[in-house]
Design a protein around this ligand. Structure first.
Ligand code: FEO
Length: 171
């Protein structure tokens, strides 16, 4: 879908998503190139990846509280139920990858074959998460942002964007 452009001051998704996409690119590369023979390197990557996954999770929480709940309420006032808005964070694969990262620190003591199996599982889970996450962010930009513009006043969206950036600690 061709991107629709909205004035920066009311575009609540593009700035946080730029950061999310940058992290996705960095960790896609790191996870694909992981050296499963080196237990210490795997554990170090798991540590960094864990921190990054919590940043994704925090992004999701901020959106739930400050965007999706507000949008759901506003649509409700107009007697509109939009299941995409209601379920938008219920089907990402973040929890699967987080679980692997949490349980993966024991790989340091494991043999190479077990570590290889774990790394392959991690690569698969992270790939699935990334595919899902990129599609999800596109939906937010292409479907939810227009809904916000339709149902919120311009000044409300300016305030909302300021809050979203502050909550992400970008300002
Ligand atoms: Fe912006 Fe729900 O990820």
């Amino acid at each position: 879908m061709a991107p629709r452009n909205y004035p920066d001051e009311i575009d609540v998704f593009t700035v946080p998503h730029s950061r999310m996409k940058e992290l996705v690119n960095i960790y896609t590369q790191k996870v694909q190139c992981i050296n499963f023979r080196d237990g210490r390197e795997v554990v170090s990557l798991l540590h960094d990846l864990g921190t990054t996954l919590y940043e994704f999770k925090s992004h999701e929480s901020i959106e739930n509280i400050f965007i999706m709940d507000q949008l759901k309420n506003r649509l409700k006032q107009h007697q509109i139920h939009n299941s995409a808005v209601c379920d938008c964070h219920n089907d990402n694969r973040l929890a699967d990858v987080l679980h692997l990262v949490r349980t993966g620190t024991k790989v340091r003591e494991q043999g190479v074959v077990e570590r290889l199996t774990f790394c392959q599982e991690l690569q698969r889970a992270f790939d699935e998460f990334v595919t899902n996450f990129l599609t999800h962010m596109e939906e937010e930009e292409q479907v939810f942002q227009p809904l916000l513009v339709e149902y919120f006043e311009y000044d409300e969206l300016k305030i909302l964007k300021d809050i979203v950036l502050k909550e992400h600690e970008y300002v």
